[in-house]
Design a binder for this molecule. Structure first.
Ligand code: FAD
Ligand code: NAD
Length: 406
């Protein structure tokens, strides 16, 4: 038998962490490694709210995948995965046929969760990848340009509704409150003409943080002009905006030229298309990150579900956990290839969470310590650069890092 073939799907946090560890840990003679990703670049998903608002150029959030691969050990295929034939050990690519594997790592990230709400797919944007971020930035700018040139002014064209005030929604609002004054200046539009509305169905925003931090974030955003509709769900999206409402009350309409849908994620559609048993697109994995019934398939990152036994709920899908999955997945692949029976069980090491509120403000809990303002914002940049460091070392941090070394 020839050497085993390991195929990794997705070059995000989980996929790149797996492949960069694997290329260090095994020799060329031991296994063939193939990485498949739809683009030839990796993007920092955790920076996409900045590119979407236009506070950071989209080229700053991406870098060529080949920059972090050892071309002697890893073959890269640019292609879009359509599904996995899990009982035939094959990956089906759009337009490019099939790729066979002995071991598979699925790290395809997530898609926006729409909960079947009418109109969302047609009339809203979600912050999902670099192209989406570019489209959002351009759409908002186009609304400003059109408003400036139209004879009969329609103020609702300038309104931006953000559906869902979880981490993504709040981080996007934090960027928006910095970007809108710039756009107003550029297009000669008074700031008070622009409505920024956050709609959140839960009566509590960011329940992961304590009240003091949440109040700080909300009053900061309010002071910058964000209008919060808390305990209010988006019910429907239309060409004119959204219909929203509190439980048991009549829905009302908010007219808006831009609606951003940031109300949660589900595992990549490839999971469903491949027939994996899942909950909202996430596969409940074994402790060693393999898929029940398929011990040659590892599922990691946003596609994987692991229960936090302390609270009996799944860990939320984050870059932090995806990268830790990648490290364990690489070590377990090495063990499998070397014929070791006992695999490592994944244990999450929670280093904390920081939610940014624009360039120089944030809230967070890091190693159990509460932070807000510039100290939290500094930590967010440290976290962002750490991800670059873990995947591409100091060279990548110097090139793409948040601290502007060059
Ligand atoms: P991803 O990093 O999303 O990578 C998936 C890869 O698969 C991508 O390269 C994609 O192009 C590729 N792909 C997808 N579909 C296909 C296909 N069909 N064929 C081929 N390739 C495909 N988490 C944190 O821990 N901290 C944060 O500060 C943070 N901030 C965030 C900010 C925003 C705006 C968003 C949206 C998310 C944030 N998250 C954060 C969550 C975090 O980004 C995700 O949990 C993380 O990216 C998941 O990693 P992953 O490897 O599973 O997927
Ligand atoms: P989320 O699930 O964290 O938040 C979604 C929010 O949308 C929730 O507050 C929910 O109540 C609300 N919502 C749901 N349906 C709604 C409706 N019909 N109308 C109005 N509101 C509605 O999702 P997210 O913010 O997209 O984040 C996805 C994942 O990425 C999470 O695991 C999150 O922790 C992670 N993330 C982390 C960071 C960070 O650490 N800084 C930043 C962004 C995202």
């Amino acid at each position: 038998m020839g050497k085993p073939k390991i195929v990794i799907l997705g070059a995000g946090y989980g996929g790149l962490m797996t492949v960069t560890r694997l290329q260090k840990q095994i020799s060329k003679a031991e296994a063939e490694i193939v990485l498949i990703n739809k683009d030839d670049y990796h993007y920092e998903t955790t920076w996409l709210h900045e590119a979407s608002a236009g506070t950071l150029h989209h080229d700053r959030v991406r870098y060529p995948i080949k920059n972090v691969l050892n071309g002697n050990k890893v073959k890269f295929i640019q292609g879009e995965v359509v599904r996995v034939k899990k009982d035939e050990n094959k990956v089906v690519l759009k337009n490019d046929g099939e790729v066979a594997y002995d071991y598979l790592v699925m790290a395809l990230g997530s898609n926006a969760e729409t909960f079947g709400i009418e109109g969302l797919k047609d009339y809203t944007f979600s912050i999902t990848d670099v192209s989406a971020a570019q489209r959002i930035r351009e759409h908002i700018e186009r609304q400003f340009a059109t408003y400036r040139s139209e004879k009969v002014k329609d103020d609702s064209r300038l309104a931006i509704v953000v559906g869902g005030a979880g981490f993504t929604g709040i981080e996007f609002l934090g960027e928006l409150v910095n970007r809108i004054p710039q756009l107003c200046k550029e297009y000669g539009i008074p700031r008070e003409k622009v409505r920024i509305v956050s709609v959140e169905s839960n009566p509590v925003v960011l329940p992961q943080f304590d009240r003091e931090l949440v109040d700080y974030a909300l009053s900061y955003l309010e002071s910058k002009g964000v209008e919060f509709h808390i305990g209010t769900a988006v019910k429907k999206a239309t060409r004119e905006g959204v219909w929203v409402g509190k439980k048991g009350e009549e829905p009302y309409e908010i007219n808006a030229g831009t609606v951003i849908w940031s109300a949660g994620v589900r595992g990549n559609a490839v999971i469903d298309a491949s027939g994996f048993e899942n909950v909202r697109g996430r596969v409940k994995v074994n402790p060693d990150l393999t898929v029940p019934g398929y011990e040659n398939i590892f599922m990691i990152g946003d596609c994987a579900m692991i229960i936090n036994k302390a609270i009996n709920r799944p860990y939320p899908p984050t870059a932090q956990i995806a990268m830790q999955h990648g490290e364990v997945c690489a070590r377990n692949l090495v063990k499998k290839i070397r014929g070791e029976q006992e695999l490592e069980a994944f244990v999450f090491n929670d280093k904390g969470t920081v939610c940014s509120l624009g360039e120089d403000n944030a809230i967070g809990i890091v190693f159990g310590k509460k932070l807000k303002g510039t100290s939290a914002s500094f930590m967010k940049k440290v976290v962002d650069d750490r991800a670059l460091f873990l995947i591409g070392g100091p060279r990548l941090v110097l090139k793409k890092g948040k601290f502007n070394f060059i």
